[in-house]
Design a protein around this ligand. Sequence first.
Ligand code: KIV
Ligand code: ZN
Length: 388
Amino acid sequence: MSKEKVQIFDTTLRDGEQVPGCKLNTEQKLIIAKRLDELGVDVIEAGFPISSPGDFKSVVEISKVVKNATVCGLTRSVRKDIEVAAEAIKGAVRPRIHTGIGTSESHIKYKFKTTPEDIIERAVAAVKYAKSFVEDVEFYAEDAGRTDNEFLARVCEAVIKAGATVLNIPDTTGYCLPEEYGAKIKYLKENVTGIDRAILSCHCHNDLGLATANSIAGVINGARQIECTINGIGERAGNTSLEEVVMIMRQHPNLGIDTGINSKLLYDTSRMVSEHMGMMVQPNKAIVGANAFAHSSGIHQDGVIKNRETYEIIDPAEVGVNESSIVLTARSGRAALAYRAKKVGYELTKLQLDKVYEEFLTFADTKKEVLDQDIHQIIEISKIDIKV
Ligand code: KIV
Ligand code: ZN
């Protein structure tokens, strides 16, 4: 079955880098941008050029080195922002300006202290102005997650007429439920005149832990771009995690959608971003966490040793992890102990294994994890006659 492509828009260097303590210098941003290009992302949001001279410089340099991906700069619906972004990305092979404005009631009332009509006028003016610099203009309706669908549709229709090529529908506050977010995308698909001329994009935050689920609900309902970050880093609880959405589409071929990402680079890219940003990856993080392919309970270990598929839905090699690991703890069984003992050179008979396992349990109760060097010690304590 031929699959439809979902574009991956990576915002690690913009929304991801906004996180306190994650600041990167230009050199680090260039290393990450090159890697994202190799990984196969379709768009790299390189920064918010007007925000600081350092960010402007980074966007200029990234634009020069990225060969395949579109390079995008963020702006508000402000002429000066757009001029500065256009200048920063002008060296890119495929430049894009990402402009927008808040569309929810609270943004209109409290942030802009204006009217819905004025918001539409500003949005249209920003898109038209951006269009005078580049062909590819993406529009974001900030806080679309909490924006009334009818008004959102009017905004989308107006900016498409003004020339927007991509419509970003951000759940800025991570508020939506997957059904709600999916229905929003469906509503726009069905009610916006000219929608076929633009790509709908999901940009979901993770305040309720639903960013990935919402993005997938979005593409199921017709969106064809997901905005995400490596390791899901981003404001507050973060953004949609790139590795999660990529592997969900890969693992569920029935969805009929896929990305152009080289998944074998996912693990290494995750570590690279984590090291540069000084932001540790939680061990139980899906796909790239240290425990994502580690098995420690006896029942699971026995199954995985017999056949990996019993407790693993992804071949670790697919995401660049060498192999699944069998971690020895006091919850491990004989099968796991025999497996790990064999790896360090001991072929145990059933009787020997019974003896060693007794010693192993006593030892394992005193430690969080039994390591290779501990196995040698346990075999020695067991006093069995063993050929190495
Ligand atoms: O979360 C958000 O709404 C954003 C926009 C600026 C695209 O990051
Ligand atoms: Zn965001």
